[in-house]
Design a binder for this molecule. Structure first.
Ligand code: TXA
Ligand code: MG
Length: 307
């Protein structure tokens, strides 16, 4: 089918208050019109997500973002350098109607991001306004990085689904709050070092932790229990390796490449979870540098430890 026809159909569904599964460069999202509270309510229902967890408003470009959020110099710098791309900025809300109260969980702030995936960009342009798009998993489960995984999670709630292939990054966007001092609310695809090189040191998220569902226990979790920093699998465990640490099962990156490991993380967690007769998943240590910070964050939460 002509992809432009798919995009037009999906944009029409969004205008009618329906949900659409959309690919981004990070993970697949479940999109709705950010200004339509009834549509946003369907997103929370499809995910089984507590309504106090706010959503990200996705936009086509910086100009649209400036209309809905108050940009300061730090936001301008980050957006100019990283967008379109896997970085979300939490800023004071400027247009309360464009991103409804329910999408913001009643906060006077809004999370905005301009995604880089060409299909996401085409849909945002065709729709012509901000779209909320949480990861298309049911709440607490690993984020989908393929259309098939997204359909399995929340496909029943979507009126349309766009295929963008496997997600190139595979980990959610980095979330930075720029309300007072810059804070890292969620480590992600853009590393701490990359952000700090542009706007200086990042504080930790303590003060905002309550607001960030990515910071709840048992997030991104498969059904099987996870054992982290394992040297080798024990009897009954499926192995999720990294680099030369061997074992039969899965290897996030045999060459020890963190970008490859990030791209494989959620798909391999899902696959390991389906292993016949397994009692648990043992995961090799991942170096805590660069993208490793975000990978370890997701693994700790998948294992049920709050960071
Ligand atoms: O990569 C991504 O960001 C993906 C793709 C689909 O774009 N989306 C995604 O959305 O991960 P979601 O809803 O699963 O995660 C939203 C994150 C949460 O950690 C949430 O707490 C935070 O953004 N967030 C949203 N609005 C916020 C606000 N006003 N203040 C603080 N945190 C906020
Ligand atoms: Mg999520």
């Amino acid at each position: 089918m002509d992809p432009r026809a798919d995009i037009a159909k999906a944009a029409a569904a969004l205008r009618a208050g329906e949900l659409v599964i959309l690919p981004t460069e990070t993970v697949y999202g479940l999109a709705a019109d950010a200004g339509d509270a009834r549509a946003v309510a369907k997103v929370y229902a499809a995910k089984g997500r507590p309504a106090f967890n706010p959503l990200i408003a996705h936009v086509a470009d910086i100009a649209t973002a400036r209309r809905i959020a108050s940009f300061d110099a730090r936001a301008e710098t980050l957006a100019a350098r990283v967008w379109p791309g896997p970085l979300t900025l939490v800023l004071p809300i400027a247009d309360e109607a464009a991103v409804c109260d329910l999408a913001r969980a009643g906060l006077d702030t809004v999370a905005v991001r301009a995604p880089a995936h060409p299909v996401a960009r085409a849909l945002l342009e065709a729709f012509g306004g901000p779209l909320v798009a949480p990861s298309a998993n049911r709440s607490g489960r690993p984020s989908p990085t393929t259309l098939a995984a997204a359909l399995e999670e929340t496909g029943a709630a979507a009126a349309a689904a766009l295929d963008g292939g496997p997600c190139a990054i595979g980990l959610e966007s980095t979330v930075i709050a720029l309300l007072d001092e810059p804070r890292l609310l969620r480590p992600g695809a853009v590393t701490r070092a990359e952000v700090e090189a542009l706007i200086g040191p990042l504080s930790e998220a303590e003060a905002d932790a309550r607001r960030s569902p990515g910071r709840l226990a048992r997030h991104y979790a498969p059904d099987l229990p996870l054992r982290l920093n394992a040297e080798a699998p024990r009897a009954g465990e499926v192995w999720l390796g990294f680099g030369p640490l061997g074992g039969t099962g899965f290897n996030l990156s045999p060459d020890g490449d963190l970008a490859e490991a990030a791209a494989n993380l959620f798909a391999y967690l899902r696959a390991a979870d389906r292993s016949q007769g397994a009692a648990g998943i043992a995961v090799a240590p991942i170096p805590h540098e660069g993208l490793g910070e975000a990978i370890n964050d997701r693994l700790r939460r998948a294992a049920g430890f709050v960071g």
